[in-house]
Structures are given as structure tokens and as C-alpha cells.
Design a protein around this ligand. Structure first.
Ligand SMILES: [Zn+2]
Ligand SMILES: [Zn+2]
Length: 177
């Protein structure tokens, strides 16, 4: 079973198209793309992931045909469309565009092309975005009474998890929003 693409609203569509234009312009500066490949990226439908997604920041959807795969669309997390995340959003779209021009796996060539995008600390920014999403969707925080560690989750830990650094059993505290 697969979930359907979420249709972006009018405002999200404008934002997605702005991101597309910027990333394509920047890509042309970074690489020499074959015109046909570039044209694919101009037409790929752009959408948004479900709001409560916390693990994925962007996704490229493929459709299986008898002998080949074709691209159905690229989705970004809707929170990436907010101004404060725009630099990271451009990188995520660039990453998905690399899939879009045929690099299906995160192999060495893919990682090399990816590394040419001019965003420093992108792993750190990515982790920050993950924590931001987890916090936004959390109903509980798991607390280590020993360290300053907070983990945001939808469910309580019920004494089943320990702190990675000091091995103390984490304590559940409900969050109210
Ligand atoms: Zn990827
Ligand atoms: Zn601890």
C-alpha cells in the first residue's frame, strides 16, 4: 500500500516553484547538465509530505512500469517552506533533483554531486530540522535526570529506554500544546 501525494495549497505551490527556480539556476552553475535531463526537472510535479512526518525531509516518488521506472513527483516537508528553513529546503530539493535526473542510490557519485551544494554544516542543520519536527509533533518528552538530555516523542517511554550517555532510565513528562 502506498500513500497518495498530498496536494500543495496555492501558497505552498508558489513557494515550491520559487525553490525550483532557485535550485535549477544554481545547478546550472554547478554542473553541465544535459538539456534533456534539465528539462525533466522543470516538469516534475512538486508536492508536500504529510505535516506529521518526522523522519523524512524530502522524497522522490517513482512509478514502476513493465520495463522502467518513471518519476511521479518530489515532495518536501511542508515546514521546509517556511522562511527560517529556506537554505536547508534548497539543499533538500537539490538532493531530490539528483534522484530526479537518474541517480537512484546514495552512492559515491551521488555523494560527490551532493557535496557541491554550497550549504555548510548541512548534516547539523538536518539534525536540527529533525529535532524541530519531533518537538512539534511530540506529546511527551523523555528526560534524563542526570544530563540535560530531552527527547521528544509521540509516545511515552514507559521505563523502556535509557540515556545514551549515562545509562540512567529516562522519565516521561507530558507536553501540553
Ligand atoms: Zn536521497
Ligand atoms: Zn544521562
Amino acid at each position: 500500500m502506498r500513500d497518495l501525494m498530498v496536494q500543495p495549497n496555492a501558497q505552498q505551490t508558489i513557494r515550491l516553484e520559487q525553490l525550483r527556480s532557485f535550485v535549477l539556476w544554481k545547478m546550472a552553475e554547478i554542473h553541465d547538465f544535459q538539456t534533456s535531463r534539465y528539462a525533466t526537472l522543470e516538469k516534475i510535479p512538486l508536492g508536500v509530505l504529510r505535516k506529521n512526518a518526522t523522519q523524512k525531509h524530502g522524497v522522490t516518488r517513482w512509478r514502476q512500469h513493465t520495463h522502467h521506472l518513471s518519476i511521479e513527483g518530489i515532495e518536501l516537508h511542508p515546514e521546509l517552506l517556511n522562511e527560517e528553513w529556506q537554505e536547508y529546503a534548497k539543499f533538500v530539493l537539490y538532493h531530490e533533483f539528483l534522484h530526479g535526473i537518474g541517480f537512484k542510490h546514495h552512492d559515491a557519485i551521488f555523494r560527490h554531486l551532493e557535496s557541491r551544494w554550497p550549504l555548510k554544516n548541512r548534516k547539523k542543520v538536518g539534525r536540527k530540522f529533525t529535532v524541530f519536527l519531533q518537538r512539534k509533533n511530540a506529546s511527551w518528552q523523555w528526560v534524563c535526570s542526570n544530563c540535560d538530555i530531552l527527547i521528544f516523542r509521540k509516545k511515552p517511554s514507559r521505563g523502556k529506554y535509557i540515556c545514551k550517555s549515562c545509562k540512567t532510565v529516562l522519565v516521561d513528562e507530558p507536553l501540553y500544546s
